[in-house]
Design a protein around this ligand. Structure first.
Ligand code: NAD
Length: 297
């Protein structure tokens, strides 16, 4: 493997297209996932498969993780056969939404083995991951930032948030709480309008040139709610995890977060009813049921 070998662990909705972008940029990419289908897709694009996170870290210089939960990120980095055991890789860039407390803990574990942690959570969904138009929030010391910048610039626009592990994670949690909150409030507003007799498409078109427009009305309603497909590409379980971590972090910092707690509970109900694997646009389905209307157009 050349000096430009990159490891990529977690080849799902986000990690799959992001690893393909690295292949297209000319990097050798060594991949790992627990799903053989996910591996096969990226190997088909030119990646090499490895049997464990340790093996990935033995075959690459920088390893990226795009994994579903903070616990899985921690296990993949520090557990048995983890990245920490692979001698070659010196840097782990975590593009998952992991939250600041796990980020800080894993950074310490890696530092004890002479390896560096880089927070790099992303926003912009599957379309952004495919097209390289994500917002990429990075926190790590400047010297390390200079080494990882050429890699993460393949994913979109970079924002260097600070030096400390976890800072970019805090920003990402704030963003995701806002995105889920916009979806909750927009679902309430649309259910009300439709029940009163307004065509939901007319409502969305009007709101999108008015002061109430937001990421749900501009993106989620036209793509996944009005057509009734509920397939935007972000799982209810992941959104619930993010908003839970956001409210927890706010509590830790002594900042009241009443609206965030309400959004968290709406996600708890959506998950209880439709399951963790449902798309988080199912928040609108919940409102449809409560209001006894269909928001379609
Ligand atoms: P996903 O469930 O589609 O992908 C996760 C991948 O990790 C799957 O391929 C799964 O098989 C694999 N995996 C699970 N456990 C593993 C393990 N122990 N070892 C190796 N592989 C394992 O999730 P996603 O939507 O791609 O999200 C990944 C991360 O990115 C999450 O932290 C999420 O919060 C964040 N994120 C998602 C989006 C989005 O729109 N989907 C946007 C921004 C950030």
């Amino acid at each position: 493997m050349s000096q430009n070998a990159i490891g990529f662990i977690g080849l799902g909705r986000m990690g799959g297209p992001m690893s393909t972008r690295l292949l297209k940029a000319g990097y050798q990419v060594v991949v790992h996932d627990v799903s053989q289908d996910a591996i096969d897709r990226v190997v088909g694009d030119g990646a090499t498969a490895a049997g464990s996170p340790r093996e990935v870290a033995e075959l690459s210089d920088i390893v990226l993780t795009s994994l579903p939960t903070p616990h899985i990120v921690e296990q993949t980095a520090l557990g048995q056969d983890g990245i920490v055991e692979g001698a070659r890789a010196q840097i782990l860039i975590d593009v998952s939404t992991t939250g600041p407390s796990t980020a800080t803990r894993v950074a310490e574990g890696l530092a004890a083995a002479g390896k560096q942690w880089v927070d790099s959570p992303v926003s912009g969904g599957v379309a952004g991951a495919t097209n390289g138009t994500l917002a990429v929030m990075v926190s790590c010391p400047q010297k390390i930032f200079e080494r990882v910048e050429p890699v993460v610039q393949n994913f979109g626009k970079i924002f260097h948030v600070g030096d400390k592990p976890g800072l970019a994670q805090v920003l990402k949690l704030a963003n995701n709480m806002l995105a889920a909150g916009a979806l909750v409030l927009s679902s309430e507003a649309l259910a009300m309008g439709v029940k009163a007799g307004i065509d939901p498409k007319v409502m969305i078109d009007t709101i999108n040139v008015s002061s109430g427009r937001n990421s749900a009305t501009q993106d989620k309603f036209p793509k996944a709610i009005l057509p009734g497909t509920f397939d935007f590409g972000f799982a209810t379980g992941l959104s619930y995890k993010d908003v839970r971590m956001c409210v927890d972090e706010s509590e830790t910092l002594g900042v009241p977060m009443l609206g965030g707690a309400f959004v968290r509970e709406m996600l708890a109900v959506t998950q209880a009813k439709y399951g963790a694997d449902s798309d988080f646009t199912c928040i609108a389905r919940l409102m449809e049921e409560w209001a006894d209307v269909e928001i379609r157009g």
